[in-house]
Design a protein around this ligand. Structure first.
Ligand code: NOJ
Length: 735
């Protein structure tokens, strides 16, 4: 390979080539090495990990990046070693999982997705970047774009749910927020689309488990959010841990080198997941670490996170001719290009300004934005007899449930540098409205479990608090029960086989219901739960996820009607674990409902449908849909319009959703596919016309070879307030 060497390099590519031409093989490989920092580990610590050696390697120019080092003092210290003591002074790039905020905690990603508001999501990512960049971070391992149909998988907390279209839109919003309009701005950080690909489909919902999906599912459901991320200039991509078609993703040439880098023309770099190069051997795909290094670099993985495989094994592989140096050069180029784009060569300390750090992290208040995100994420699942909103003159409210008094769980998992127990609790939020509250924990909290479990978890057996809860509920007009998961029951490595209310909470709910049916159930959780009993009995249910720093204030505003809920589910809530995987965009099968009285695709003991479907979410007002019109194709676009009217008595925001069904196709298409959504705020009796646009991009699909095709024929056009609440239908004929 010829290296273009310029004496006065102008473009970033010229600068990259100029620098590359001066690098030894050791220094090149060094750029491909990423070490974890010195305090926090977000994966299993490898045997080779040695703090002294890490510093030494930075000094020798043998490290390209570190993760989990933060704070301007620490970042500067390390950056100074790289810049002033290594031969070429190439700056490090500092990565971290800034997933839903850095210091200010925004709602966990599945909750953010429930807002269906891309401006709000982008703003949260922007603020996360402003805070993280002030603390020395210039690269976040987000957004997670793994579509998932399995709420047993704890990482659904970190994604945007079950739909590829919504996930793609959320991904684009987050990339824009993190990266800003100019990556070289001191408040921009590089984003990372992860995990490439299929990680959200682990068999039986067990994290890191095998994935077995068809190519049609891969191309139509798993890859589109990543393609959208690449089309929107995401700087980096992370390999997934899992196998795909029998080949682990970190060593998957078809996926990374062919689809991502060749077909999609991705110019950024690919980082392995933590230890995933070494795990090629554990999978049974590589003989040993050196073989794993060879497979990974050949497949297109540019940076090794914590496997020590590139660090130790790449050089001999190049020297003995097993792999060409051009492969290393390509990876180095990609990494250097992002460092140049971030402006790190112009000023390696641009993220190390301690004054900015103090001003942003200690004197700038983003609680208004965090509150708005939290408000928009809340989903009203059920509201029989308009129990909600509560009257502000309510005589006496019983608040029951340990999570009501928990200031930590609302911050969620992957919390970066949010201070422990810094969220507004539900009790604190309610206290701003009324003092007529009696709080009872009901289910006892564990305060000090060991290891990775969190200090606040629901005790599995202790019912000693039940009697008091029942006594207080008896005397109260209304009972607000705050039940669900603590923040470390979802997230990475937190799969659950039973996704009901953990511990004794279900029993507590039923015991309280026996004495007072006027219950508002506030769910706090990082994933859909199975709550069939609550769905059948409890009159009002609010899904509040883990809402971040402003959680309690947002919940109180919704409870008392100062904010009209507008969230919509990004993932279906099954009735039972036995229905999983359960998703709205399924195929029709040859024997759908109505086919036959006995011989149709169903369970004998439960309905096929979820308890609450994708797209579901109520409001304190009501909306009517009318006048669906499809205008003839013009400039390659069909315009679809409909009229939405607020038929209730309060101002409200609705999220009309556009679904299509390709009725006959050469590859069977789902019964519904989301292809557009919008938000519309209406006063009582007010109407507005909403508009969607459909082009070939939405009407086409991928075949099993990955070819995109648009087939003429009939498409059903559906508009509704949820995937199970289609209110308008028509047929579009594509010629
Ligand atoms: C493993 C996780 O899968 C990944 O998402 C994360 O970014 C890395 N650890 C680094 O913490």
């Amino acid at each position: 390979m010829t290296i273009a060497c310029s004496h006065n390099p102008n473009t970033i590519d010229e600068k990259v080539d100029n620098l590359l031409s001066q690098m030894t093989l050791d220094e090149k490989i060094g750029q491909l090495v990423q070490y974890n920092g010195f305090w926090d580990a977000t994966g299993p610590i490898p045997q080779e990990s040695n703090t002294k050696k890490k510093y030494e390697d930075v000094k020798q120019g043998l490290v390209g990046s570190v993760l989990n080092v933060y704070g301007t003092a620490q970042v500067r210290k390390l950056q100074e070693i790289a810049v002033t003591q290594s031969r070429l002074g190439i700056p490090l790039i500092f990565g971290m999982d800034v997933i839903h905020g850095y210091k200010t905690a925004f709602p966990v990603p599945i909750a953010e997705a429930a807002s269906w508001n891309m401006q709000t999501i982008e703003q949260a990512a922007r603020i996360s970047a402003i805070e993280a960049s002030a603390a020395g971070i210039n690269w976040t391992f987000a957004p997670m774009l793994d579509v998932s149909r399995d709420p047993r998988w704890g990482r659904v907390m970190e994604g945007a749910g079950e739909d590829p279209y919504l996930t793609a839109q959320v991904g684009i919003a987050k990339i824009k927020g993190f990266q800003g309009t100019d990556l070289s701005h001191e408040q921009s950080i590089a984003a990372c689309a992860k995990h490439f690909a299929g990680y959200g489909f682990p068999i039986a919902g067990r994290d890191y488990n095998t994935v077995d999906v068809s190519m049609v599912t891969l191309y139509n459901d798993i890859l589109p959010p990543f393609k959208a991320a690449v089309d929107n200039n995401v700087a980096t991509v992370m390999n997934a841990f899992n196998v795909l078609n029998g080949v682990p993703c970190t060593g998957n040439t078809m996926l990374v080198r062919n689809i991502l880098k060749h077909t999609w023309n991705f110019k950024g770099f690919v980082v392995s997941d933590w230890g995933s190069i070494m795990e090629l051997a554990t999978h049974g795909y590589a003989r040993d670490r050196a073989h794993a290094a060879q497979i990974a670099i050949e497949a297109g993985c540019d940076m090794d996170m914590e496997s020590y495989a590139y660090r130790n094994d790449l050089k001999p592989l190049v020297e003995n001719g097993t792999i060409p140096e051009s492969l290393i050069d390509d990876a180095v180029r990609r990494i250097l290009r992002i460092k140049f784009e971030l402006g790190l060569f112009d000023n390696p300390y641009k993220y190390c300004d301690s004054v900015r750090e103090k001003t942003i992290l200690h004197a700038t208040d983003f609680s208004k934005e965090a509150l708005q995100s939290a408000l928009e994420a809340i989903v009203l699942l059920k509201n029989d007899n308009s129990l909600l909103p509560l009257s502000k003159n309510q005589k006496h409210i019983a608040v029951i449930g340990a999570l009501a008094n928990d200031k930590d769980s609302p911050i969620g998992n992957w919390r970066a540098q949010a201070l422990p127990s810094s969220a507004v609790s539900v009790l604190e939020g309610l206290a701003k409205y009324t003092s007529n509250i009696t709080y009872v924990q009901g289910a006892v909290l564990n305060t000090n479990p060991a290891g990775f479990t969190h200090k606040v978890s629901i005790n599995e057996t202790d019912k000693s608090g039940f009697a008091e809860a029942i006594a207080v509920a008896k005397k109260s007009e209304v009972v607000v029960m705050v039940l669900g998961e603590n923040c470390f029951q979802s997230g990475e490595a937190r799969s659950r086989s039973d996704i009901g209310l953990p511990g004794v909470q279900q029993e507590l709910l039923e015991a309280v219901y026996a004495v007072n049916k006027n219950i508002v159930l506030i769910l706090m959780n990082g994933r859909p739960l199975t709550i069939p009993w609550a769905g059948a009995h409890v009159p009002a249910i609010l899904e509040t996820w883990q809402l971040g720093s402003q959680s309690g204030n947002a919940i109180a505003q919704v409870l008392f009607g100062d904010f009209n809920p507008q969230g919509k589910l990004p993932m279906s809530f099954p009735r039972s674990v036995g229905q999983i995987p359960l998703y709205y965009n399924h195929l029709n099968t040859g024997r759908p409902a109505g086919f036959n009285r006995v011989f149709w695709s169903h369970y004998t003991d439960i309905e096929n449908t979820p308890l609450y479907s994708f797209g579901h979410g109520l409001s304190y007002t009501t909306f009517a849909y009318s006048n669906l019109e499809i205008t003839p194709k013009k400039n390659g676009e069909y315009t679809i319009t409909a009229r939405i009217t607020n038929t209730g008595t309060r101002v409200g925001t609705e999220t009309p959703q556009l679904y299509i069904r390709d009725i006959v196709a050469s590859v069977v298409r789902p019964v519904k596919e989301l292809k557009g959504f919008t938000k519309v705020t209406l006063k009582p009796n007010e109407s507005k016309t909403i508009e969607f646009v459909l082009t070939d991009a939405e009407l086409g699909f991928y075949t099993e070879t990955g070819a995109f095709t648009v087939e003429p024929g009939e498409f059903e056009i559906m508009i509704g307030s949820g995937s199970d609440a289609i209110l308008l239908r028509s047929i579009l004929v594509l010629k």
